[in-house]
Design a binder for this molecule. Structure first.
Ligand code: AMP
Ligand code: ZN
Length: 113
């Protein structure tokens, strides 16, 4: 198993786990781009958004809901925040395990790319 996020799920790579349940894990991005930069991942290895199946839709919904809850917990739900999913090379996806970026705590760029 050489997927870095699967190794975090398995506890083989240390991370500060902010939340976890039977399906989802959330932890801080190791190279934060904003004061709040959290990654939310399914425990199941899904390589990218392009590999999402019908059966994965509930966990995807729960990941988005968790992002909102972590934004609240982090005190940025009023100031605002952004959820980002990079899919594939042109989007800059470097870790091939589906993840949601939660970004906030500063004014984010207007540009989406
Ligand atoms: P992406 O470009 O969407 O694939 O983003 C992958 C993100 O994972 C990057 O922002 C990295 O900084 C982050 N990352 C890579 N390895 C780790 C790790 N061990 N712990 C936390 N974040 C990581
Ligand atoms: Zn994985």
């Amino acid at each position: 198993m050489d997927c870095i996020f699967c190794q975090i799920v398995a506890g083989k790579v240390p991370s500060q786990i902010l939340y976890q349940d039977e399906e989802i894990v959330a932890f801080p991005d190791i190279r934060p781009l904003a004061p709040t930069h959290v990654l939310i991942i399914p425990k199941k290895h899904i390589p990218s958004l392009a590999h999402l199946s019908e059966a994965d839709l509930p966990v995807m919904g729960r990941m988005v809901k968790l992002a909102n809850q972590l934004a609240q917990r982090g005190g940025i739900s009023q100031s605002g925040y952004r959820l980002v999913i990079n899919c594939g090379g042109d989007a800059g996806q470097i870790v091939p395990h589906l993840h949601l970026h939660l970004l906030g705590g500063r004014r984010l760029s207007d540009a989406l790319g």
